[in-house]
Design a protein around this ligand. Sequence first.
Ligand SMILES: Nc1ncnc2c1ncn2[C@@H]1O[C@H](COP(=O)(O)OS(=O)(=O)O)[C@@H](OP(=O)(O)O)[C@H]1O
Length: 493
Amino acid sequence: MWSHMQPHLFHNESSLVEQMILNKKFALEHGIPTDMGYAVAPHHSGVYPVHIQLYEAWKKVWNIRITSTEEYPHLKPARYRRGFIHKNIMVLPRQTCGLFTHTIFYKEYPGGPKELDKSIQGGELFFTVVLNPISIFMTHLSNYGNDRLGLYTFVNLANFVQSWTNLRLQTLPPVQLAHKYFELFPDQKDPLWQNPCDDKRHRDIWSKEKTCDRLPKFLVIGPQKTGTTALYLFLVMHPSILSNSPSPKTFEEVQFFNRNNYHRGIDWYMDFFPVPSNVTTDFLFEKSANYFHSEEAPKRAASLVPKAKIITILIDPSDRAYSWYQHQRSHEDPAALKFSFYEVISAGPRASSELRALQKRCLVPGWYASHIERWLIYFPPFQLLIIDGQQLRTDPATVMDEVQKFLGVSPHYNYSEALTFDSHKGFWCQLLEEGKTKCLGKSKGRKYPPMDPESRVFLSSYYRDHNVELSKLLHRLGQPLPSWLRQELQKVR
Ligand SMILES: Nc1ncnc2c1ncn2[C@@H]1O[C@H](COP(=O)(O)OS(=O)(=O)O)[C@@H](OP(=O)(O)O)[C@H]1O
């Protein structure tokens, strides 16, 4: 669209904008239409892997709403090519038609003209149209001059398809076509980011000023209220382990894989991590306690950081639910202030939507087996560590030894010397110089009355089947059962 320059070579968005403005001026002066809403980047550069500067510049100068690429998720196999929407730009999958960048003469077609005719008459091009409800091709202008191979190919292809199939062929302008595409394939709207360095073709069009190693080596996925912040504090004490920088909104948690932050793209995510060459270690990690029960997080995480190790912490789901309810009350959640814990957990289908919503958020993360099974669809068991949260609370040094072994991090850090039990806080804390301690803030290890017996009985029964499933899963994984789970299972007998 602007000469044949590759946008990923422009780190600076404003220099990209400048170039595009020059092009636009040229187009306007020569009466070339500028309101197509559609553009193609040279060599797919900047479209996928996403170079965010291109998306922004395209929108500013050309009001681009549609583009296409052959690179998402990969060039091959062609039948797996998908579309996605990013920053309101719809990216459609493009097919290959066999006519290349330079002018091609019929007689000089690679392998001889028969190859092109074969492809049209029942070969690859024919099947591309037959197998894809929507096919998008790109040919170069030079193939409409000289031998006019562009015209030759598509006119013959359309004739052949119409003679030999019952398909009705139709064309649509780009914007309508894109809407039609995502109407047919709504599940493709959400992108699935991958590591840009895992595929050579992607790496070649990834900005040299960006790296691929500002990504976590492991994730602490939650669930909430199981001791994830304590684990976070202990991990960052390790000389070889580094966390992300804090988020202004969600503090130490980035919350990238579970919700809408994911749509900000991987540049946004990577900005939370140091460039490994500027720091002494590349053992980066992130903890976001909502990843555990998220429908999307396992798939998204496996796509971007497939080798990452995953750490989860489990406590009795009834205690977790109660701690979460107390957390909501202290954050002045109106529904949690209005209803008692028992009212929240026992609300029936006719309860108000406010109460039902709170109930769901309170109880669903405790369906441990279902959530872990979802992570295991995407990550092999040896990449997953399940920590007993009760043990983390009472004997953190032993747990941290297990964590270090699992991560394979060195040097070994002696937590029995670095942690101390703070009787005032009632929890284990970091031991500082001169016997001082650094404990977690007031919001971790809150003071609240014990759970009422009625709620305890209700939750024990509510989580019974989930706990049985968890015991089977842990057995399958060859993992010991935490003591709370053994106690709960005894109630079943
Ligand atoms: N060492 C240490 N210090 C403080 N708190 C500790 C510690 N170890 C475990 N716990 C338990 O952690 C509970 C909070 O869990 P999370 O940090 O996962 O909560 S959050 O989801 O990040 O809000 C918190 O829950 P509450 O007691 O309900 O506040 C604690 O019981």
